[in-house]
Design a protein around this ligand. Structure first.
Ligand SMILES: Cc1cc2nc3c(=O)[nH]c(=O)nc-3n(C[C@H](O)[C@H](O)[C@H](O)COP(=O)(O)O)c2cc1C
Length: 308
């Protein structure tokens, strides 16, 4: 087996495959399907300071080649997470990326402080891109000032690697990548879901209680790949790409476009046994193409007529 490890700032991952936030629980729910010590990392469900119930159902709708969700960031809160989940994740050898959300800048800062006091947190993913909540989240991620404020504010209180997660619901995603880099991010992840809606034509009611939700899955993949490519040209920090990855070729598209690591979300609901297939698939590809390190593949897009 080739060396599949990748470096994300100070964080070393044993391979580039990470369970995406909100699609992989707190990691522990998936242990009957996957040995967490064999995958690159686990991005846990978004955490606020306090517990949250999220939105009333229905909050998930299937769509062609994807799904719409408006969970509304249901979660156990950071204090219960560090007490109840983190020790077990450590024991299982998982590399833990904690996805955090805030209604205010102070909330992001406070959660980051709590996490910095505990062993076993590999990195913080700053969710400034959730389309399904009223306060905070995407309001920070849709403004360059908001993005800078959250990243630089949290930067001041923690030495943990910081990974702002960008929203695709903006015109120029590369400028948000640049703002994140300038504010002190160690890496960026993208994309979160695309704001979308679905209607039941018989009742003329929205299919989601929240009316709008976030679209994920294979339907969004080509747009997400394009956004990763745009960001790769705009920043030097590593990119964690995601959006509709369901096969090794999908993951390779993201890596060749410029992702140092990739996250897999919606595919977990279809095939929770996907992980060894991705790992073996990458190993096969690297052997076939005589590539020694994953880093040599990152951003290796060949555009005919252009010389690298
Ligand atoms: C049901 C569901 C819940 C999600 N919850 C979160 C979350 O808590 N925090 C976050 O940053 N992203 C969340 N996401 C977004 C995913 O992490 C990912 O960015 C997006 O779904 C695109 O990847 P995919 O097409 O592989 O699912 C969620 C997505 C889904 C489908």
């Amino acid at each position: 087996m080739a060396d599949l490890s990748v470096q994300i700032g100070a964080l070393r991952l044993r391979n580039p495959f990470i369970g995406a936030s909100g699609c992989f629980g707190y990691g522990l729910e998936y242990t009957s399907a996957v040995d967490l010590s064999t995958i690159g990392g686990v991005a846990v469900k978004g955490l606020f300071l306090e517990e949250r119930q999220g939105h009333a159902p229905p909050r998930i709708v299937e769509t062609p080649a994807g799904m719409l969700n408006a969970i509304g960031l249901q979660g156990i809160g950071v204090h219960r997470f560090v007490a109840e989940k983190l020790p077990e994740l450590r024991r299982l050898g998982a590399t833990v990326i904690v996805n955090i959300c805030g209604s205010t800048l102070d909330e992001y800062i406070e959660i980051a402080r709590v996490l910095s006091d505990h062993e076993g947190v590999g990195a913080i993913e700053l969710n400034i891109s959730c389309p399904n909540i009223k306060e905070g989240g995407i309001q920070f991620g849709c403004s360059l000032h908001g993005t800078r404020d959250v990243v630089s504010g949290v930067r001041k209180v923690t030495r943990l690697p910081l990974i702002p997660k960008l929203t695709p619901n903006v015109t120029d995603v590369a400028s948000f990548a640049r703002a994140s880099e300038e504010a002190g991010a160690d890496a960026i992840s993208l994309v979160n879901t695309f704001l979308a809606m679905a209607i039941d034509v018989e009742t003329r009611q929205p299919k989601l209680t929240n009316v709008m939700g976030g679209l994920s899955g294979p339907a969004i993949r080509p747009i997400a790949v394009r956004m990763v490519w745009e960001c790769f040209q705009a920043v030097k920090i590593p990119i964690l790409g995601m959006g509709g990855i369901a096969t090794i070729d999908d993951a390779l598209e993201f890596i060749i476009a410029g992702s140092s690591a990739v996250q897999v979300g919606t595919a977990n609901f279809v095939d929770p046994l996907i992980w060894p297939k991705l790992i073996r698939g990458l190993d096969d590809y690297m052997t076939r193409h005589n590539i020694a390190r994953v880093a040599d593949l990152v951003g290796s897009l060949q555009i005919p007529g252009k010389h690298s």
